[in-house]
Write a protein that binds this ligand. Structure first.
Ligand code: SAM
Ligand code: MD0
Ligand code: SF4
Length: 352
């Protein structure tokens, strides 16, 4: 029974793929509300009503990979790609910091130009944003050789993000074609060994089963990743999966809630990159505690899953997001709070 399983898991029973799948399978409105309520109460215990905010800086949309779900895959010739200069990136990150954003997520496709000469440009950009701007930094540059992580840390990154998308190896092979499951998995382990915090993520709506979702949640949390996420797949023009149907975002909300209940002390994003600003409230109500993919308007920056939605109209702007978060009764965590969270998390990790 759903409510027994929920009660047991909330009170410390060891979760299994079966019990997690049971929680993810409900569509009963009353049970869904119980699930979200339980997630909110776990969040409250660990984070109070504080919500952190991340700015998204997609600084190069060039990519050598060909992931079937992604708009920026190399075979998609329908888009104009861009690559921002270090100066532009520093300026962008500076404006995010001045506006009160807690972290700059420096994201790129697997751009060979950034990888050249021992990842020189990438490291230089991370260094400049951390040291010239002074904002917390997440690096999302794709899969790196494992001996690069000390250099990424040294350059000034706090986080390294690399999403497995699924822990079903057959499905992985169809999505992240020509990429190595083990190598991507090891990114989380090697980056944490080098002293970085790590983020893992799963996509929902790409043909995975409910058990696959349960397994991914258990794996991502089990690796110790300090931030875990889920995003609903948004079909992209010019890609092989363009015509695939869309998945109801309630599936993503259930995953958010279950992640929060199982791993209450982790950061969990409410992304603006799937449903824009309209989707923020439901994700926070399901237990998320970080708003990600805030993108300033008029700077020609793209999102990933929604490359345009709510950007130019300013709905993904800092001001708009802050106003809405506060009107929902949350407290915006300051950059100093956020740095303390990072510090405390690293200290706790070195003690354990
Ligand atoms: N290129 C790097 C990589 O793949 O690791 C970093 C950025 S990648 C663009 C960020 C993530 O966005 C992917 O790992 C995937 O989870 C998500 N994403 C990409 N396309 C998506 C889509 N169409 N719908 C939903 N999420 C998507
Ligand atoms: C987001 N669009 O936060 C971004 C992206 C990459 N680290 C994150 C998927 O939703
Ligand atoms: Fe490239 Fe990342 Fe898109 Fe894959 S998900 S095609 S690696 S930008």
């Amino acid at each position: 029974m759903f409510s027994d399983v929920l009660y047991d898991i909330c009170h410390g029973a060891e979760p299994t793929v079966d019990s997690v799948a049971e929680l993810l399978s409900t569509n009963d409105p009353k049970e869904l509300e119980q699930l979200y309520e339980a997630a909110r109460s776990k969040r409250e215990e660990h984070f109070g009503n504080t919500v952190y905010t991340y700015g998204f800086v997609y600084f190069s949309t060039h990519c050598k990979n060909n992931c079937t779900f992604c708009y920026y895959r190399r075979s998609n010739k329908d888009l104009e790609r861009y690559r921002k200069s270090k100066e532009e990136i520093v300026q962008l990150a500076g404006s995010l910091k001045d506006a009160g954003i807690d972290l700059a997520d420096l994201t790129m496709g697997e751009d060979p130009e950034m990888y050249a000469n021992g990842y020189e440009k990438l490291l230089d950009i991370i260094h400049a944003v951390k040291h010239d701007v002074g904002i917390s930094v997440m690096a999302s540059p794709g899969a790196l050789p494992s001996d690069m992580f000390p250099a990424v840390k040294e350059a000034g990154a706090d986080w390294y993000a690399c999403y497995q998308e699924t822990y079903n190896r057959e499905l992985f092979a169809k999505l992240r074609i020509e990429q190595d499951f083990e190598k991507r998995l090891d990114q989380k382990i090697s980056s944490r060994k080098a002293g970085l915090l790590a983020e893992d993520g799963m996509m929902v709506g790409l043909g995975e089963s409910v058990r696959d979702r349960a397994e991914a949640i258990l794996k991502m949390g089990g690796l110790g990743c300090e931030q875990i996420r889920t995003m609903t797949f948004v079909p992209q023009e010019g890609t092989p999966l363009m015509m695939s149907g869309t998945c109801d975002t309630v599936e993503e909300l259930k995953c958010i809630a279950v992640m929060r209940i199982l791993f209450p002390d982790r950061l969990i994003p409410a992304t603006l990159d799937v449903e824009g600003i309209a989707g923020m409230q439901t994700r926070l109500a399901a237990g998320a505690n970080v708003v990600t993919s805030i993108v300033p308007p008029h700077l020609n920056l793209a999102g990933v899953a929604q490359h345009e939605l709510d950007i130019e109209n300013g709905n993904r702007s800092v001001e708009h997001v802050f106003e809405m978060v506060e009107s929902m009764g949350y407290r915006l965590g300051t950059a100093a709070d956020y740095r303390r969270f990072i510090q405390d998390t690293l200290e706790r990790r070195s003690l354990s």
